[in-house]
Design a protein around this ligand. Structure first.
Ligand SMILES: NC(=O)c1ccc[n+]([C@@H]2O[C@H](COP(=O)([O-])OP(=O)(O)OC[C@H]3O[C@@H](n4cnc5c(N)ncnc54)[C@H](OP(=O)(O)O)[C@@H]3O)[C@@H](O)[C@H]2O)c1
Length: 344
């Protein structure tokens, strides 16, 4: 079968589409023909390499996607051949305290497909049946494939960590990103007012379509002052951050008294600074957040299926065009998500 693998870290040139043996499903596993995989920023991190993280080579990339069950391993029940499924990005033993409390993403043994094990950028994948669940009727597998990792992450940031409340004002950075586009819709569902940023006209237009009231250009000097004006000088209650140093100071300055900044990412670098008197005098909270609970995925898929939320698929490309896809995401030239289709 075809698989997108890396044998070393580096730029998009290290991506290789190769012929590899198709896997066989073991006991309790299903064999899934992959219909669609989304491209996440995490794919870029894994390809480039991250300090302190050892990735064994070769590594197949791809964190989340959809597929069709084509074989059942010995003793596997509850899924039928031909069933279309959503494949969870997270992996864990299921046995830890956090797992049992429904917060698998907080477990010490939690990992992500395409980083901690081989991923889904291939034609067939064999995996334990508990990591797939039926694709809701009527939900396009290409749309569904683009949601799991980023919607789960935004779910935890908005509902569990920042606990956004009705009537609050939220600044969502990079509203046309995977995480940002999900966060806008979640905050709107709660009844919060959303102000966002987008690096191009098309990105800002998408943010408005998704429910943001205003979309500011983060490349335009003074966008943070405009944000103050929009909140009558008060600032926002919550900032959904994932950009890092490029926006960090403005994000902190944007917070009103008692404000919460929640972050899941460091796209523009790993280090930021904090002015302690500003933090404590304004009674601010800075919250880290990573991935989200698997129990939220069926809820997310239900909302996508009934049209309450949507994913913004910028383009669908064959897996053989993965290099162009990585280059576009790296260049901030994607409005929403890229979906890859193996076997084409
Ligand atoms: N910890 C976790 O569990 C977790 C989970 C998911 C994602 N993440 C991280 O969160 C980040 C976002 O992920 P994603 O998949 O949503 O990424 P994405 O779709 O690639 O979007 C990245 C966004 O970053 C913004 N950006 C990049 N450089 C910027 C700059 N200099 N100034 C302002 N904005 C800039 C871009 O916004 P504009 O071009 O519109 O300005 C773009 O929309 C990544 O770092 C990812 O690794 C972490």
């Amino acid at each position: 079968m075809q698989a997108l693998r890396i044998h070393e870290h580096g730029g998009p040139e290290v991506l290789r589409v190769e012929e590899v043996p198709a896997p066989e499903p073991g006991p309790g596993e299903v064999l899934v023909r992959v219909l669609a995989v989304s491209l996440n920023h995490l794919d870029l991190w894994v390809r480039r390499g991250m300090p302190g993280v050892t990735i064994p080579f070769p590594r197949t990339l791809g964190c989340d996607g959809t597929g069709e069950v084509v074989a059942l391993g010995p003793g596997t029940s509850g899924l039928a051949l031909g069933q279309r499924v959503v494949i969870e990005p997270g992996i864990s033993s299921g046995a830890s305290r956090h797992d049992l409390e429904g917060n698998d993403h907080l477990s010490d043994d939690y990992g992500i497909r395409g980083e901690h094990c081989d991923g889904l950028d291939c034609e067939f994948v064999a995996l334990p049946a508990r990591f797939v669940f039926p694709l809701p009727e009527g939900l396009d597998p290409l749309q569904a494939a683009s949601a799991p990792l980023t919607f789960l992450t935004a779910w935890a940031m908005v509902f569990q960590r920042a606990r956004v409340q009705p009537g609050e004002t939220v600044l969502v950075l990079g509203g046309a990103s995977g995480v940002g586009s999900a966060a806008i819709q979640m905050c709107r569902e709660i009844g919060a007012r959303v102000i966002t940023t987008g690096g191009s006209e098309a990105k800002r237009a998408l943010c408005l379509e998704l429910g943001a009231e205003v979309a500011l250009d983060p490349g335009r000097p003074g966008w943070d002052k405009e944000l103050r004006r929009l909140t009558q000088g008060r600032g926002v209650d919550v900032v959904v951050e994932h950009v890092g140093p490029a926006t960090w100071d403005a994000s902190l300055r944007a917070l009103a008294r008692n404000g919460r900044l929640v972050t899941c990412g460091s796209t523009t670098g790993p280090k930021v600074s904090l002015t302690l008197p500003h933090l404590f005098i304004k009674n601010l909270s800075v919250l880290g957040s990573t991935m989200g609970p698997r129990k939220a995925l069926p809820e997310i898929m239900r909302r996508l299926a009934d049209g309450r939320w949507r994913t913004a698929v910028d383009r669908v490309l064959p897996l053989s065009c993965a290099r162009a896809a990585h280059e576009a995401l790296e260049a901030r030239a994607v409005v929403g998500k890229i979906v890859l289709v193996p076997g084409e």
